[in-house]
Every structure is written in C-alpha cells, then in structure tokens.
Ligand binder design. Structure first.
Ligand SMILES: [Zn+2]
Length: 477
C-alpha cells in the first residue's frame, strides 16, 4: 500500500482533532455513567500534609494541598464523596519498596543534625532539589499512607475511585531521593494493589517522565507504565525515550510518549486518547493508577507545555470512562494557584459535579487574583514545537509497541502476595452486598473473605492465565 501523502496525513490528523474536540468537554451530562450506577469516590486528605516546607525558594509547596482541599470543600464536593483522614504509613510499609539504610536515614536526619549525615548525602541524593527539612519522614509517611490506604479501599471494594492529591511522587527510587520526591507512594500503592489485582496500569501526565515508577516495575508484566512527558534528553529526569520499553518479562510493558515544548490541548488530548484506547484494549488492566502532575499545565513555574485545566481534566475523564477501579494521585505542579484549580476541577470530574467558573469564597481567595476563576487562560505562552508529523510518528511508535505487546505471552502471576491479613483486620469496608456500580468487575470474587486470599487461579478471567503455578519467584523490582 502506498504511503499516505503528507496532505492525507494532515487531513487525518485534522479530522481526529475535530472529533476529539467534539467529544464531551466539561459536560458531566455527557458522561456514560448513568445515575443508577453512580461512581463511589473516596477522598483521602491529611489535614497536616500541607504544613511542611521544603524551603523558602524551593518550588515544591505542600501548601498547594491545603489550597486544593479548601477549594474542594468550598465547592461542596465533599458531599459527593467519602472523606478519609488517612493514617501514616508504617516503617514496614515503606520498606516494602525502599532500602532499610535509606529509610533509616530519612527517619533520623533533621536540619539540625544534617552535618552528621553529610557523607551519605550524595549516596541518597539529598541536597538542593531534595532538601532536608523539618518533619521530612513524617511528611513521607502521610502522603504514602494515603496512597496505601487508597489501594486498600479499592481492593476491599469500598470505592470505585480513590483520590490522594498529596501523592504522586513518581521520581523517588529505592535508595535515593529524586526530583523533590523522597518516598515513592505510587510504587507502594501499586505493590499493595498487586496483592489483589492481576494487572495494574500506571498512567502519568506530569510534564516529567515517571522514572521512579517505571524503574520499579521495568521487568514485570504485572504493571504497565505509560508516561506522557517532555523529552529532549536533557529535561529532568533525562529518561523517557521511546526506546525504553521494559526488559525481561516486562519487555513492551513500559510505554513512553515523549513530547516537545508547548504542546496544546487538541494535540495532547488526541494523542492521549489514541494511546490509551490502544493500551486499554491490549493490556486490559484490572486496576489503574493515574498520576495527575499539574506541571504539564500552561504557565507552570517549571513546565513548558500549554495545557489548559480543561484539557488536563479531559485526560482524567478519559481514564474514568474506562470504568476500572482507579487511584488518582497528584504529583508535580509549581504554580500553586493553578495546581489547586486543576485538582479541584479533576475532583469534580471524578464525582460528576459541574462547577461554576467563579471560585467560591474561601479564606485563600487572594491566591486566585485577579480573575478568581476556576479556568484562567493558561495557553499560548510557549510556542508549540510538536508538529503533526512528529505527533503521528509518536503515535505510530506507540501503536507498534502495543502490537508487540499483543503478541507477547499472556500475563502470568510471578508471586503470591504476602499475607494480607494485617490490612484486612483494619478494613471495615468489606461488604457482602453487591453495590450498584459497574466498576468493580474483577473485585471481590466470592471466595474473598477476611481470612483468606483466594489462589490466583480463582480470580483470573481467562483460563489461559492459569498455569497452576504458585509463588514461582519474587517479583522483580
Ligand atoms: Zn513534574
């Protein structure tokens, strides 16, 4: 077949753009969920998590979490979800991923005794980007605890969607801080999900590559990571090339969508939908973790894309529409007022509540000067370097990888999860009655009780997935 001419390719892309624009935008009435199968949303917010300070000039401001929560409450969104004050992650929970010497360091170091630890600063990569501040480990325990609790809520079937805007710290490594992240709550939450869900899909729309999560699951097929990010080899963290596809059993299960400066709403949404439709059809995850880093918005202090809050939220809507149990976490985002706007808007999408563009009165309203709107104009500051040819190439490469993935052997269980009794004891949400949501397809099979996790053979849908193996090897991290 002759190759399409440039004009034909342009026409195709233009049509795709148009149809993506026609699709529902900020119109909850268009959403596919009918009223009788209402989505159950759980919201995890730690009152203290916004009170930590990385330092006066540091761009990461935990206060954005307080601002977000104020907007969420003042818009009345709490009435549409269950609100939880999460408990802190324990040392043992954090050690599920992180190395003991690194965790010990985080627990002991303070600004006052930092000098004693200087010889390990380089090893653990702390310093300017990842400074030692008061309560650093406590902060980690709070945001990580919320992601772990959110995972357990999904496992127990207590919610269809769990939100933790304090989570999403996707750069942290096993033994190393990175990119303002110390403990990787996404990896910890995903490990928890893997105790129950056979396949977890991780999706990352932060402007930075989700390197810590990709690295943790690079050699397993039980987690597929998909990251949309700026890439030029130089931009932090320097990874996220198309050729990073995973290794060993995880080959083809890491998908990277590298973008250039200034990508706009239409292009981003088009590419996101194309790629995610392909991923969902091919991988068929049983749970999703969505990282909503807000530094991909236009006018971000560190970012260089042109996305509006609507477009960012459109990605959340697209993921919600797949109707798979989902944990939604925050991430980057350095123009604080827009982070709060974005995550509030995305909360409204998840609970299916239309919001006025006029922000409600609240004690932090001055942050939103001069317009006091939910959707300020954020685009057009950076020239769009993503031409159509480039976008088509990236889409084609992603589709090509999905074709390989489709041909790969079916996903098998590599590890029987450790005993889950500990968290089941604290979980009061196990309900026998089936709720009326159509989310929890794979969850809570009949044999799932407080005392016993059923062998994996009982909860795979596909006979081909059952090879009778139990606990063959540890999952490679
Ligand atoms: Zn980021």
């Amino acid at each position: 077949m002759p190759r399409k001419s440039q004009r034909e390719e342009d026409a195709t892309l233009t049509e795709d753009y148009k149809s993506s624009q026609k699709k529902k935008y900020m119109t909850p009435s268009n959403m596919r969920l009918a009223s009788h199968n209402k989505t159950r949303v759980a919201y995890f917010h730690d009152e203290g998590v916004g009170n930590y300070h990385y330092g006066e000039r540091h761009p990461m401001k935990p206060h954005r979490l307080t601002l977000t929560n104020h907007l969420v409450l003042n818009y009345g969104l709490h009435k549409k979800m269950e609100i939880f004050q999460p408990r802190r992650a324990t040392d043992n929970e954090i050690l599920e991923f992180h190395a003991p010497d690194y965790v010990d360091f985080l627990k002991r170091v303070t600004p006052d005794n930092a000098e004693e630890f200087e010889q390990v600063f380089q090893r653990f990569n702390v310093g300017d980007d990842c400074p030692i501040f008061d309560g650093i480990y406590d902060f980690c325990q709070r945001y990580a605890g919320a992601s772990i609790e959110a995972s357990r809520k999904l496992i127990a079937g207590g919610a269809d969607i769990c939100i933790n805007w304090s989570g999403g710290l996707h750069h942290a490594k096993k033994s190393e801080a990175s990119g303002f992240c110390f403990v990787n709550d996404i990896v910890l939450g995903t490990l928890e999900l893997l105790r129950y869900f056979p396949r977890v899909l991780y999706v990352d729309i932060d402007i930075h590559h989700g390197d810590g999560v990709q690295e943790a699951f690079y050699s397993t097929d039980r987690v597929m990571t998909v990251s949309f990010h700026k890439y030029n080899g130089d931009f932090f963290p320097g990874t996220g090339h198309l050729d990073e596809i995973g290794t060993s059993l995880g080959k083809y299960y890491s998908l990277n969508v590298p973008l250039r400066d200034g990508i706009d709403d239409d292009a981003y949404i088009w590419l996101f939908k194309e790629v995610m439709d392909g991923v969902m059809a091919t991988y068929q995850p049983s749970a999703i973790v969505l990282q909503c880093g807000a530094d991909s918005l236009g006018c971000d202090r560190l970012g260089c894309f042109n996305l509006s809050i609507e477009a960012h939220g459109r990605c959340v809507q697209i993921m919600k529409d797949y109707k798979i149990p989902m944990m939604v976490v925050g991430g980057g985002g350095y123009t604080v007022r827009n982070v709060a706007r974005c995550w509030t808007y995305e909360t409204s999408i998840l609970v299916d509540q239309e919001l006025s563009n006029d922000l409600p009165p609240n004690e932090y309203i001055d942050f939103f000067k001069p317009d006091y709107q939910l959707h300020p104009h954020l685009s057009g500051r950076v020239e769009n370097q993503n031409d159509r040819q480039y976008l088509l190439k990236v889409r084609e490469r992603a589709m090509e990888q999905l074709r390989y993935l489709d041909a790969a052997p079916s996903i098998q269980m590599q590890e029987i999860p450790p005993d889950i009794q500990g968290f089941l004891d604290g979980e009061d949400e196990l309900q026998d009655d089936e709720d009326d949501s159509n989310f929890g397809m794979d969850r809570r099979p009949p044999a799932y009780t407080k005392n016993r996790l059923v062998p994996e053979a009982e909860w795979y849908e596909d006979d081909d997935d059952n090879d009778g193996e139990t606990g063959a090897s540890d999952m490679e991290l």
